[in-house]
Design a protein around this ligand. Structure first.
Ligand SMILES: Cc1cc2nc3c(=O)[nH]c(=O)nc-3n(C[C@H](O)[C@H](O)[C@H](O)COP(=O)(O)OP(=O)(O)OC[C@H]3O[C@@H](n4cnc5c(N)ncnc54)[C@H](O)[C@@H]3O)c2cc1C
Length: 470
C-alpha cells in the first residue's frame, strides 16, 4: 500500500521537505496542511518587505501550482487541532479527519509575549498599538499601521528586533529599541559588538535603551523599569519565540523545549511521527534558523525515500539580514572556550572576533564587515589548523575589493541555508539557474554577493545588474 505522509505546517521547513521529496522521487502520497492562508513564503524576507526593499509578491517559495504539478495535496488556511496517534489521524479545526502512515510536524515557533501589563485587553486581543512580527499577516498589519505612525518602540534587541527597527526607521518612523540585557544581540555578540550595532542604529536615527525592561503600556506610552515612559504609536514585539509543541504535547510525544527527535528526526516516543525545523529538539538543542531547518528537511526526505542519511546536528550559523547592519555569527562565540582574537574599529563600525583553540576557529562573530565571512566559514567548517599569526591577519585585512570569493575552492560552502558549494555554483550558467537548481540565495540571501561574484568571474553576462537580495 502506498504510504500516506501528512505534513503539518507549510512554512520554510515544510516547503523544503516537499522539494527534497520530489527530488528524490518519494513514492508515497503527500498532504500538506498549513494554517496560514498563503502557500509557504520566505519568512526571512518579511523585514525586507516591511522596509520596502523586497516586493511582497516575490516572497512565495513554492506556489500552489507547483504542489499540484508534483501530486502534492496542499491545503492552506487549515489548522490541525489534534493528532490522534491511536487512530493514526489528524483532526482539522472543522472536524475533518485525515489518516496518516507517517506524520511530519513542521509547526515552527510562536512569539514570546513579554510580561508587559496592558499588552492584552480584557477580551484577550492585543492592544491596537501592539504588533507581533512572525507571519505575513503580522507584516501586512504592521505595514498598514506605518503611514499613520510617527513613533515606534521595538521590544527586544536581538536579530529580529534589529531587522524590524532598521525597517521602521527606513520607513521614516522614529524608532526606539528596548533591550533587557546590557547590550544589543547579547546572545550572539559581546559588548563591543553590541556597541558597534548600537552606533549603527543611532546613525539611522534609532535610539537604543539597554538594561531596561518594558513593564507597562498605558495611554501615556510604554513605561520602562528605569522610570522612562516612551511615547509611542506602535509597539512591536520581538522578544524571541518558543517552539510550537502544543500538538505534539497533546498527542503524548516527549517534548522538552521542542519535540524531542532522534537521528531520523523521528519522535523518540513514536517513530511514525517526525519533527523538523523550529519545533524540533535534537540532542538537547532547538535551532530557530533556516539552515538547520533545511538540513533536517533534506535528511528526513532522504530517510523517507529509503536513503541512509542520518541527522547529527547542525553547526550554528546566524546571519542578520538587514541593510546596513551586517552580522554573521559562527558557533557560539560568547560561550565557547578558547583564545580570543578580536579587532574592533568603532569609527568604521566594524567588530570581528575569532575564538581559536589549538589553532582551530571554534566560533566567530563579525559585525559591520562581512567581506571575510566566506573564507572564515570555510576555515571554521574544515577545522583548518591556523598558524599563530593567521587569525590576526584574517581580522586585520581591510575590506578587499570584492571578497576574494573567486579564490574559494570548489568544495567551500557558499550558501549556508541550502548547503551549496562554490563548485556547484560555478557549474551554473546564470543566477536564475543557480537559484532554481541549487536554491542558493533563496534563504537569508546573505550569500548573494559571493554567488554573483562566482558567476560573473566565469561569465559577466550571467549576472543581471540588479537583484532583490543584492
Ligand atoms: C521576521 C523573521 C526574520 C527571520 N530572519 C531569519 C534570518 O535572517 N535567518 C534565519 O536563518 N532565520 C530567520 N528567521 C527564522 C526562520 O524564519 C525560521 O527558522 C524558519 O522559518 C523555520 O521554519 P519552520 O518551517 O520550522 O517554521 P515556520 O516557517 O514558522 O513555519 C511553520 C508553519 O506551521 C504552521 N502551523 C503551526 N501550527 C500549525 C497547525 N496546528 N496546523 C497547521 N499549520 C500550523 C504555521 O502557521 C507556520 O506557517 C526569521 C524569522 C522571522 C519571523
Amino acid at each position: 500500500m502506498t504510504e500516506r505522509l501528512v505534513v503539518v505546517g507549510n512554512g520554510m521547513a515544510s516547503a523544503r521537505l516537499c522539494e527534497e521529496l520530489v527530488a528524490r522521487g518519494y513514492g508515497g502520497t503527500v498532504t500538506v496542511l498549513g494554517e496560514e492562508p498563503a502557500a509557504a513564503y520566505n519568512r526571512i524576507l518579511l523585514s525586507a518587505v516591511l522596509e520596502g526593499t523586497h516586493p511582497l509578491d516575490a516572497l512565495t517559495l513554492r506556489d500552489p501550482e507547483w504542489y499540484a504539478e508534483h501530486g502534492i495535496v496542499l491545503r492552506t488556511g487549515t489548522r490541525v487541532l489534534h493528532v490522534d496517534r491511536e487512530a493514526a489521524v489528524v483532526v482539522l479545526v472543522d472536524g475533518t479527519e485525515i489518516g496518516f502512515d507517517r506524520l511530519v510536524l513542521a509547526t515552527g515557533s510562536i512569539p514570546t509575549l513579554p510580561p508587559i501589563r496592558g499588552l492584552i485587553r480584557m477580551d484577550g486581543s492585543l492592544h491596537p498599538k501592539v504588533h507581533a512580527f512572525r507571519s505575513l499577516a503580522d507584516c501586512l498589519r504592521l505595514l498598514g499601521a506605518v503611514p499613520g505612525a510617527g513613533t515606534a518602540v521595538v521590544v527586544g534587541g536581538g536579530l529580529l528586533g534589529l531587522q524590524v527597527a532598521r525597517a521602521l526607521s527606513v520607513r521614516g518612523v522614529a524608532t526606539e529599541v528596548v533591550e533587557g540585557t546590557e547590550h544589543l544581540l547579547s546572545r550572539q555578540v559581546d559588548a563591543r559588538g553590541g556597541a558597534v550595532l548600537r552606533r549603527g542604529l543611532r546613525q539611522l536615527g534609532t535610539e537604543v535603551y539597554t538594561g531596561a525592561r518594558a513593564v507597562r503600556l498605558t495611554d501615556e506610552g510604554l513605561r520602562l523599569d528605569n522610570g522612562y515612559t516612551l511615547d509611542t504609536d506602535l509597539v512591536v514585539l520581538a522578544a524571541g519565540g518558543r517552539p510550537s509543541t502544543a500538538l505534539a504535547r497533546q498527542a503524548g510525544l516527549l517534548c522538552r523545549r521542542g519535540v524531542v527527535v532522534g537521528r531520523h528526526l523521528e519522535s523518540v516516543t513514536d517513530e511514525r511521527i517526525h519533527a523538523i525545523g523550529d519545533c524540533a529538539e535534537h540532542a538537547g538543542r532547538t535551532t530557530g534558523f533556516v539552515p538547520p531547518a533545511w538540513e533536517q528537511a533534506g535528511v528526513l526526505a532522504d530517510h523517507l525515500a529509503g536513503g541512509d542519511a542520518v541527522y547529527d546536528g547542525s553547526r550554528s550559523v546566524a546571519r542578520l539580514r538587514a541593510t546596513g547592519l551586517d552580522v554573521a555569527v559562527l558557533g557560539d562565540p560568547e560561550r565557547t572556550d578558547g583564545e580570543v582574537v578580536e579587532v574592533t574599529n568603532p569609527v568604521a563600525g566594524t567588530h570581528r572576533k575569532l575564538v581559536v583553540r589549538g589553532g582551530v576557529i571554534e566560533a566567530a562573530a563579525l559585525v559591520g564587515d562581512l567581506s571575510r565571512v566566506g573564507l572564515i566559514t570555510q576555515l571554521y567548517d574544515r577545522r583548518t589548523v591556523l598558524g599563530p599569526h593567521e587569525p590576526g591577519e584574517l581580522l586585520m585585512a581591510e575590506r578587499p575589493p570584492g571578497d576574494g570569493s573567486t579564490l574559494l575552492p570548489d568544495d567551500a560552502e557558499v550558501c549556508a541555508c541550502a548547503g551549496v558549494s562554490a563548485g556547484r555554483l560555478r557549474a551554473c550558467r546564470d543566477l536564475d539557474e543557480a537559484r532554481s537548481t541549487t536554491r542558493a540565495t533563496t534563504g537569508c540571501g546573505g550569500c548573494t554577493g559571493v554567488v554573483r561574484e562566482l558567476l560573473a568571474a566565469r561569465n559577466p553576462a550571467a549576472v543581471p545588474a540588479t537583484s532583490f537580495h543584492a
